[in-house]
Design a protein around this ligand. Sequence first.
Ligand code: ATP
Length: 324
Amino acid sequence: MTPHTLEVLRLLEDGEFHSGEAIGRELDITRGSVSNALAHVEEMGLSILKVHGKGYRLLTPVQWLSREAILGHLSGGARRFSLDIVDQTGSTNTDLMQAANEGAPSASVRVAEFQTRGRGRRGRDWHTGLGGALTFSVLWRFDQGAGFLSGLSLAVGVALLRVLRRRGAGDVMLKWPNDLLWRHLKLAGILIELSGDVMGPTVAVIGIGLNLRLPDAIKARIDQPVVDLVRIGIEADRNELFAAILVELDNVLGVFSSEGFAPFRGEWNDAHAYQDKMVRLRMPDKAEFEGKVEGVADDGALSIVTRTGLRKFYGGELSLRLAG
Ligand code: ATP
């Protein structure tokens, strides 16, 4: 991406042809800079049509993030979110954890049009196309220690689930501890990183990646079955959807701060894709447990009935799969 890539792409948002000359004039850059700005966007999942004598046309429908639009849709306590929108960064989680160490306040939000080093758990990659997802992080300060926060990724999942189901995504389910699935395809992921003292206070950086329109070129880089909102029939206004998620997060995090995960437990279990299913759980040391999912507990632990009895597992580094 060059410093002008997003500026040029924003002018192309209307899906009409724009000549290199007109774009250059508007942005006060040369036609060569316009061409360079668009040189690598295909690799980021966008299709551009270039026709001699007419100019450039963006074929991929994209709605760019707009501070005004997002703020305009925020309501209630979420109005105090401090919003930082960037064109490109390595990882919004990394950025916010650094900002937290430098004293950034609770409710700081960083959202990127494109992440070059988006992360999942255990250093795995999170892939998205330019402008085709919501990839963002929220910084939240808790008085309590990390033990109190063991159900946080589950509560955040409930916030996302509520927003998506209100938009008609009835088949969206949760997967312990940190994913949203649609018919067993991965739609969104949550990555929570903590810093602080054992007894508190704790800073949580809550990273969320939600697929809106995942280009085939990007999909091909992902090593598990995935899905996006367009595929499941939800054509969301990206800015309004983002604001709605922030409003619900504010709501959920407010409750979680005082009561923990317990108030969300019933809702979570009802939406668990693997409830009552036979599953295999892999530990970081590759040891595996098989059993039947009984549900999650008030602290977010997953209860599984194994051959040797009922066992509770805590999230973080564990991988859950259907058995068989
Ligand atoms: P596990 O495989 O242990 O169940 P997980 O699926 O929850 O873990 P995370 O570590 O949370 O995985 O997320 C990283 C993984 O998500 C990647 O290894 C990849 O398989 C998948 N992934 C990467 N990008 C996307 C995306 N845009 N949409 C859906 N899944 C993705």
